[in-house]
Design a protein around this ligand. Structure first.
Ligand SMILES: [Ca+2]
Ligand SMILES: [Ca+2]
Length: 664
């Protein structure tokens, strides 16, 4: 989990005093330069002086002491307090405050304060993590970036942030740091193994040693100063990798086993000691930062579920990994639900949550740390446009007040991916999510302009709605879209077909990269009966069907003439000969055909050439559209799917964002 761009570390200790240590004749301002709660126009400020003195302040420019407003309390002592009035609460304006004292009238203490915005974006709320350079650039004006409501780890310049706030007054913009990693630091800041080596955890990124208090304090100051250097125009900080333990780290990025030696005695650390000291370190880092930034928004990649201590510091979590894990059966829907909704119940206010929805895990984590270079382009497009995954993430997010993004995954964040549901203005929620069925995870949430339904079960669910709703007007997604894999009763391949696994694994730092779809493929080495997939279409329609095989090292020896036949009611309705010796790890279209559910259509695979053939997965799409604008008196949701519906009202045009605005 990290920013794809390593920012060069420039540590400039500026005139701001960060601690009680004196760094000038006027010091220890409380609060120091910081963000203030929304609407703040006055502030209690205290400062200290080395000698007894009289102090004054001015706003906007550094006036001479005699023209400043005197402090209200402590004149003639070394502790001074006053109430600053007349602060501008405009979130686009930084209040410049200057303090002088009679003990050293030429010295000026410059403090900066900015009130946070009070935001209430409409729904769906959209987010982006680390993607500024993907959503804003030479061919993408700021208006394009402004459709995002929550920018985590943004890299906009202060002036761009001011303009963004004008374009989208409900926007939140956070910078980011990595809680436990940083570059260009002295060697003793880094974690080492028993051989004295640093631990590489991402290409050219090394873990810090958070058991050392000064490392934690350095990181806290780094986050604070990063916000100050951005003119205080960001609303908070995203803390990546807020790891509250570390003994689990047993291998580096290349799979080399490591024995951690955080205490530097040359022996493997006691895991209990390490985790306790580590936890104290990361919490010390965040609490130190919070002392200077008590009102800023803090979001992170956090432990899940988060404990009370974490929720006391952070406003929310940006939850990656989970949508695909739940869709692929690795985690339960109920657990995901508790993690997400739990933050709204007990997180620090205001709660700011994001769901990082993402495509299949085998794509997101199957092509190393630079997937853009290694994913076959058609597979990347499939990752962007496999709409059932998008809808699950979106509908799940909309069951509470979080922000949604659909992005490649943890190896590549912030993609400029946009979906037609995001163009529809759902308005305001009319209440919390509620169950459609008492006995199953089927949910709905009503909004002023529509309703969102979510099926968290592994079965289709039919939901009655009455005459008040219709499907959105769109064209992106197929009404029916699913994958039939070579597992389960829909697939048959009698001997001598055999089950095989071609998989280079996940999170590998080096290729080659290749993946059976799901867990396995089936292989026929010589001659034999055809393999067969039952398509199980839910409705009569024209369907487009594509086949996958892995790009295994053996692929060049596979058959150049694999015959795929679509058979419905005993008739051959489409067929294609495909060359399986090339272009694996992507979908190959077999053809389109009008199919009738009652005729139980199937796809058969036979070998017309030399070498083995591979039966793996089929990707099936209907020509009917998901969002076809039709009335939705009832809706049947596929397993683990969701939908956004429009409330039928007299005037509706204003609720769709014009598409020219989205893709300038
Ligand atoms: Ca040790
Ligand atoms: Ca498979």
């Amino acid at each position: 989990m990290r920013c794809p761009v390593t920012l060069p570390l420039v540590l400039v200790l500026s005139g701001w005093s960060l601690s009680a240590e004196s760094s000038g004749p006027v010091f220890d301002p409380n609060p120091p330069s910081t963000l203030l709660p929304p609407g703040t126009d006055s502030l209690n400020l205290s400062v200290r002086t080395l000698e007894p003195a009289a102090c004054g302040y001015s706003l906007g420019q550094a006036l001479p002491l005699e023209r400043m407003k005197p402090f209200e309390r402590g004149q003639g002592t070394d502790r001074h307090e006053t109430t600053i009035r007349g602060l501008d609460p405009d979130p686009a304006r930084v209040n410049e405050l200057y303090v002088r004292c009679s003990s050293a009238p030429d010295f000026v203490l410059h403090l900066r304060y900015r009130a946070l915005p009070k935001v209430r974006p409409r729904f769906p709320r959209t987010g982006n993590l680390w993607g500024t350079r993907q959503i804003y650039g030479p061919d993408k004006p700021l208006e394009h970036a402004a459709r995002i409501d929550l920018h985590l780890g943004a890299s906009f310049k202060p002036d761009e942030i001011r303009r963004l706030r004008k374009l989208n007054p409900d926007v939140l913009i956070l910078t980011s740091i990595n809680t436990v990693e940083n570059s260009n630091l002295p060697e003793d800041y880094y974690l080492h193994d028993t051989e004295g080596k640093r631990i590489e955890v991402w290409p050219n990124i090394y873990r810090l040693n958070l058991t050392k208090k000064y490392v934690a304090e350095f990181q806290a100051r780094y986050a604070y100063e990063k916000m100050l250097k951005l003119d205080l125009m960001v609303d908070g900080c995203f803390f990546d990798n807020f790891f509250t333990s570390q003994s689990w780290l047993r291998k580096d990025i290349h799979g080399r086993p490591v024995e951690l030696d955080a205490d530097g005695d040359g022996k493997p650390d006691d895991p209990k000691w390490l985790d306790t000291a580590w936890r104290e370190g990361v919490f010390h880092e965040l609490r130190t930062w919070r002392r200077w930034m008590p009102h800023a928004i803090a979001v992170g990649h956090l432990p899940r579920p988060a404990d009370a201590e974490t929720k006391a510091i952070f406003n929310g979590d940006s939850i990656g990994f989970w949508t695909a894990r739940v869709l692929e059966g690795e985690r339960s829907f109920e657990e995901f639900w508790r993690i997400y909704h739990g933050w709204f119940e007990t997180g620090r206010q205001p709660v700011v949550m994001m769901i990082e929805s993402a495509p299949h895990n085998q794509i997101a984590y199957g092509y190393d740390y630079s997937p853009l270079k290694n994913v076959p382009p058609p597979t990347l497009e499939f990752a962007r446009t496999y709409y059932p995954y998008v809808r699950f993430g979106l509908a799940f997010t909309l069951m509470n007040d979080g922000y949604f993004c659909h992005e490649f995954g943890d190896t590549w964040h912030g993609n400029d991916w946009w979906y037609e549901e995001l163009n529809f203005d759902l308005g305001e929620p009319l209440g919390p999510a509620r169950r459609v069925r008492d006995d199953a995870e089927v949910w709905r949430r009503d909004f002023s302009n529509g309703v969102v339904l979510l099926n968290g079960t592994r079965q289709p669910q039919r939901i009655q709605l009455g005459p008040s709703y219709r499907r959105l007007k769109g064209r992106e997604a197929a009404r029916h879209e699913y994958i039939v894999d070579d597992v389960g009763p829909a697939f048959s391949a009698p001997p001598p077909w055999r089950e095989v696994v071609y998989d280079s694994g996940r999170w590998k730092s080096k290729g080659p990269f290749y993946h059976s779809w799901g867990k396995t493929s089936h292989q026929l080495d010589g001659s034999g009966p055809p393999a067969e997939w039952k398509l199980g279409i839910p409705e009569d329609d024209t369907y487009t069907i594509a086949a996958w095989w892995p790009a295994a090292p053996e692929m060049p020896t596979w058959s150049k003439r694999a015959l795929f036949e679509v058979v419905s009611g005993g008739r051959l309705v489409a067929s294609k000969v495909l060359d399986q010796s090339v272009a694996g790890d992507q979908w190959h279209e077999i053809g389109s055909a009008a199919l009738r559910a009652a005729e139980n259509p199937v796809v058969r695979l036979r070998n017309l050439g030399e070498g083995p053939i591979i039966a793996d997965a089929l990707w099936v799409r209907s020509s009917a559209r998901y969002n076809d604008g039709s009335l939705a008196q009832q809706v049947t949701l596929a397993p683990m799917d969701g939908i956004v519906l429009e409330r039928v009202q007299n005037s509706s045009s204003a609720r769709y964002r014009p598409s020219s605005e989205n893709f300038p």
